[in-house]
Design a binder for this molecule. Structure first.
Ligand code: FAD
Length: 395
C-alpha cells in the first residue's frame, strides 16, 4: 500500500468511527468503559500497533508508515494508535513473552481490559534492584511466589503485575532473577495503599504469599530476568523522559501554559523570569529531540542508556518549572486549595516533581548509568557483584 492509500484509508475510517466525545480518563491507572469500547474498535481495525506483526494485532508497517497513521489519529485527537511505542507492558510482553502469554494478554492490554502494575521495588531493594529477595520456586508447570513489594503504583486496580523474583540463590545477584507476569487477582496477593506527599494514594505495598504463576507467563527464559528488566526500564524511562503529569485539575489550559501564567501575573517583562522561561522551554524542546534519538536506538532493539539522560533532564525540567511557577505567583503561591487553583497547581507540581526524580530509578542512579554506559567512566565498586546471592549480607 502506498503512503497516500494508507492515509486515505485511515482518514476514512476515522471519519466513519471517531465522534470525539470520549469523557476524560478518571486516572492514569484504569481505562473507563467508553475508552475501552473505543480502544477495542481501534485494535479490531488494526490501528493500535502498526509496526507489530499481523499475528499480534499489527500491520507489519515501517516506522514511517506507522507515523502516518499516528499523525491522522493525532490530528483529530483520537487516542489508541502508536501503542507499539508507548504501551510499556504490551511492548515487554511482545518482545519477551511466550506465545501462550501473548495470546492470553496482549489484546486485553491494548484495549485497556487488562490493567497492569510494576512489581519491582522491595523494602530492601530499590536503586539496587538486583538485590531483590522475593522468591519464585518451581512447582511442576508453575512457580510459587513469596515476598514483599513496595511503591507499586496502580496495584489496587491491576489485573497483572510485571514481577521480578529470585529463582536461583547460588549464582551472583544479577544472574538468578526471572521476570513474570503475575496475576494480582488471586488469594496470595494482598495490596495495601500508601499515602503520598501530594495527599494522593496511587502506590501500595504488595504482600505475596504462596501466589502462583504459570511457567507460560515467564518472560525471556529462566534466570534471564535482568536482561528483560533492563529493556522494560529503558522503555519506562523513555515514557517518563517524554513528559509528566500536568496540574491536578485536568483541562486547565491557561495554568498549564507558563507563558500565559507569566502574562496573567504581569511578569512577562521581568528580565530574570523571561530568561528562566526561555530556559525551561528550550530544555523541553532539546529533551524531546534527545528522546527521539534514544527511541530510534530502542527501535533497533538496543536498550539505550540515552533514555537515562532524557529522564534525568525531565526531572530537572519539572523541578525548574515548579520553581518558576512559584516565582511567577510570588507570595500568592503560599495560598492553597480549590479556591486558589493557580497556587494549588504550583504547590502540587512542586511536590509531584519528585515522582520523576525518584520513580523509575532516582536521578543519582541515572547519573551513574550515564557515567558508566554513555561516558565510559569506571564502574562504581560493587563488592557483591560476583559472589553467590546466598552469601550476600543483608542489612
Ligand atoms: C511516584 C513513584 C512511583 C513509583 N512506582 C513504582 C512502581 O510502580 N513499582 C515499583 O516497583 N517501584 C516504584 N517506585 C519505586 C522507585 O522505583 C524507587 O523508590 C526508586 O528506585 C528508589 O529506590 P528506594 O526508594 O529503595 O531508595 P534507595 O535505593 O534506598 O535510595 C535512597 C537514596 O540513595 C541514593 N542511592 C542509592 N544507591 C545509590 C548509588 N549507587 N549511587 C548514588 N546514589 C545512590 C538514591 O539516589 C536515593 O537518593 C515508585 C517511586 C515513586 C516515587
Amino acid at each position: 500500500m502506498t503512503d497516500e492509500e494508507l492515509r486515505t484509508e485511515v482518514r476514512a475510517w476515522l471519519a466513519a468511527n471517531w465522534k470525539n466525545d470520549l469523557p476524560a480518563r478518571a486516572d492514569q491507572w484504569t481505562v473507563g468503559p467508553e475508552q475501552r469500547a473505543w480502544l477495542a474498535k481501534v485494535v479490531e481495525a488494526r490501528w493500535a500497533v502498526n509496526r507489530w506483526p499481523s499475528e499480534w494485532c499489527g500491520r507489519d508497517l515501517s516506522d514511517a508508515q506507522a507515523k502516518i497513521i499516528e499523525r491522522e489519529f493525532a490530528a483529530v485527537k483520537a487516542p489508541g494508535a502508536g501503542q507499539d511505542r508507548t504501551h510499556l507492558y504490551a511492548i515487554t510482553a511482545l518482545t519477551f513473552g511466550t506465545d501462550v502469554m501473548k495470546a492470553a494478554l496482549l489484546k486485553g492490554m491494548l484495549t485497556g481490559e487488562i490493567n497492569m502494575c510494576l512489581l519491582y521495588s522491595e523494602p530492601g531493594a530499590g536503586s539496587d534492584l538486583a538485590g531483590i529477595r522475593t522468591r519464585a520456586t518451581r512447582d511442576g508447570e508453575e512457580f510459587v511466589v513469596n515476598g514483599q513489594k513496595v511503591w507499586t503504583s496502580g496495584a489496587a486496580t491491576a489485573d497483572y503485575g510485571m514481577l521480578i523474583a529470585r529463582t536461583d540463590w547460588d549464582v551472583p545477584k544479577h544472574n538468578g532473577i526471572s521476570f513474570f507476569f503475575l496475576s494480582m487477582k488471586q488469594p496470595g496477593v494482598e495490596v495495601r495503599p500508601l499515602r503520598q506527599v501530594t495527599d494522593e494514594s496511587h502506590f501500595n505495598e504488595v504482600f505475596i504469599t504462596d501466589a502462583r504463576v504459570s511457567a507460560d507467563f515467564l518472560l525471556g527464559g529462566l534466570n534471564n530476568g535482568w536482561r528483560v528488566l533492563q529493556t522494560a526500564l529503558a522503555y519506562e524511562r523513555s515514557v517518563m523522559g517524554d513528559g509528566a503529569r500536568g496540574p491536578r485539575r485536568a483541562g486547565d489550559g491557561a495554568a498549564n501554559d507558563l507563558v500565559a501564567l507569566a502574562r496573567e501575573a504581569g511578569k512577562l517583562d521581568d528580565p530574570v523570569l523571561r530568561q528562566d522561561l526561555a530556559k525551561v522551554l528550550s530544555y523541553r524542546r532539546l529533551n524531546a529531540l534527545n528522546n527521539a534519538r534514544a527511541k530510534a536506538d530502542l527501535a533497533q532493539g538496543t536498550s539505550s542508556s540515552i533514555m537515562s539522560l532524557g529522564k534525568l533532564a525531565m526531572s530537572r525540567i519539572l523541578h525548574e518549572e515548579a520553581r518558576l511557577r512559584t516565582a511567577l505567583l510570588g507570595a500568592g503561591s503560599l495560598l492553597d486549595g480549590e479556591a486558589f487553583p493557580r497556587a494549588d497547581d504550583a504547590n502540587f507540581l512542586t511536590l509531584n516533581a519528585y515522582f520523576t526524580s525518584i520513580g523509575g530509578g532516582t536521578d543519582q542512579i541515572q547519573r551513574n548509568i550515564i557515567g558508566e554506559r554513555v561516558l565510559s567512566l569506571p564502574k562504581e565498586p560493587e563488592i557483591d557483584r560476583t559472589i553467590p546471592f546466598r552469601d550476600v549480607r543483608a542489612g
